[in-house]
Structures are given as C-alpha cells and as structure tokens.
Design a protein around this ligand. Structure first.
Ligand code: NAP
Length: 251
C-alpha cells in the first residue's frame, strides 16, 4: 500500500548489476523502491516485476543522473510512493582503457558528470527531503565508491578512479555536514564484482581473468555488495556515518 509513511529507497542504476541486487534486497526489507535506469528499459522492468511479484512496491524511472531535470523527476516519482528515507547512489560508468596522455574532454565530462555530479544531485534531493532541518524525519545515504580510488587505475582508467576518489571525499564531507540532521552517509568500495560494467569498459573477460588473482581467489557477486549496503541503511548501523567499507575480498 502506498502512502506518505511508506519508506522509499531511491536506487540509481537499480536495473542491472549491483543496483539490481540492492533494489531486490531493499524491497525484501520493506522499502518501496524507486529505481532509475538510463537506457535498458527491459532490465528495469524485470526488476520492478520481480519486486511486485513478491508483493513489494517498485517503479522504474528512465533518467540520466547527470541531468538535473531527470534527477528532479526521479525524486518526484519517489515522493509519489511515500517518504524517501534511503538513497543508494549507485549509477556509475567506466570507459575503455585509456592513458591520461590520451584522455579527451568528452570522456572526462561523461565520467565526472555521471559519477560525481549525479551523486551530488541525488544527494541534494535526498537531503532536502530527509534532513530534520528541512522538516524531514532523517534517512540514510550509501554512495558506491571503488577500491580503484586508492589503487588509481593506472593504464586503464585513472579518470574513473579519480571520480571515485571524489566520492570518498564527498562521503566524508556530507556525512559530517548532516550528521546532526538525522542523516547518515556512508560509502562502500567494491573490488572486482561480477557485473556487466567490465564489458562496458571493453573487458568482458575481466572477472574471469582477474578473479583468481584476488586474495580470496575469486571475484565478488552483486548480492555480496548489496547485503552490506542494506546493512548500512539499517538501524543496526545507527551509529555508523562517514564510513567507507571495502567489499573487495581482501584486495
Ligand atoms: P553496471 O552493471 O554497468 O550497471 C550500471 C547501472 O547504472 C545500470 O542500471 C545502468 O542503467 C545505470 N546507469 C548508467 N549510467 C547511468 C546514468 N547516467 N544515469 C542513470 N543510470 C545510469 O554497473 P555495476 O557494476 O553494477 O556498478 C554499480 C556501481 O558500483 C558503479 O558506481 C560502479 O562504479 C561501482 N563499482 C562496481 C564494481 C564492479 O566491479 N562491478 C567495482 C567497484 C565499484 P542501464 O541499464 O539503463 O544502462
């Protein structure tokens, strides 16, 4: 049943990979899910169908997190479901291998706009709704960073790694900015996780190639990222804010 008291989780890029796993798990925990996607409508619809088939509530909203009007529309759709109490800033992109010596402005703008500006815009809308200073009842934000932020992505995508470094600083700053307003802000830093993101970076074999070299001898699954994300959202993590949790099998 929808209504203003239904807790709503906004999951950006909730249609595939880690975002999909997070959407399915938060729905099981009783959130109505407002998930976004940018192009793959079929995948987004499949997640909505999986949630509603189990008696949950979900909507999928097409939109680019780097476009302000799209972010406003995403949160308006969330408001129609209930009260936004959770944001998972998950949408993110990589690109094909490229040395810094060869980087283009177009590539940098896409990377930084999606990964950094998108996370800021969504957090802004979430804070406006959640903050006790704005009449809200509090909430929790989890940002998807990456171990790439500390490894740097040399020879592959230093720009991606740098965008995740920005997410780490963003998490530290926003967490402290709104800690007294009922909002917790944390990050998770996955290692090699088995999703389609690697194919979108031109390396469909990356998980098979690099998995066995990880300290645990394998890559992680999207579900293994979703569980700690959903824990960070929960009351069990009530005193956790500004944290950055590696989910990287020891990498
Ligand atoms: P993925 O499988 O490529 O899925 C990306 C999701 O984001 C899709 O739902 C996609 O929608 C959506 N998306 C892409 N660009 C968007 C945009 N501009 N606006 C709105 N939605 C957009 O990625 P993933 O592997 O699950 O990664 C999720 C997050 O975890 C990312 O932030 C990534 O950097 C981070 N991460 C992943 C790994 C890993 O090994 N997989 C490791 C460290 C960190 P469409 O389906 O419509 O394209």
């Amino acid at each position: 049943m929808s209504g203003t008291t239904t807790p709503v989780a906004v999951v950006t890029g909730g249609s595939r990979g880690i975002g999909r796993a997070v959407s399915l798990l938060v729905a099981e925990r009783g959130y109505a899910v407002c998930l976004s996607y940018v192009s793959d409508e079929k995948a987004a619809r499949a997640v909505v169908d999986a949630i509603t088939a189990k008696g949950g509530q979900a909507v999928a909203v097409r939109g680019d997190v780097g476009v302000e009007a799209d972010v406003l529309a995403l949160f308006e759709a969330a408001d129609r479901l209930g009260t936004v109490t959770a944001l998972i800033n998950n949408a993110g992109v990589v690109d094909v291998a490229c040395r810094v010596a060869d980087v283009t402005v177009a590539r940098l703008q896409r990377m930084m706009t999606t990964n950094i500006v998108g996370s800021f815009l969504c957090a802004r809308e979430a804070v406006r709704r959640m903050s006790t200073k704005h009449g809200g009842k509090g909430g929790s934000i989890v940002n998807l960073s990456s171990v790439a932020a500390r490894l740097g992505g040399p020879g592959q995508y230093v720009d991606y790694a740098a965008s995740k470094g920005a997410i780490d600083t963003f998490t530290a700053g926003l967490a402290r900015e709104v800690a007294g307003e009922g909002i917790r802000v944390n990050a998770v830093s996955p290692g090699i996780i088995d999703t389609e993101i690697h194919a979108s970076g031109g390396q469909p074999d990356r998980v098979a190639r690099m998995g066995p070299d990880q300290p645990m001898g394998r890559a992680g699954s999207a579900e293994e990222v979703a569980a700690p994300v959903v824990w960070l959202l929960s009351e069990e993590a009530a005193y956790v804010t500004g944290a950055n949790l590696d989910i990287a099998g020891g990498r």
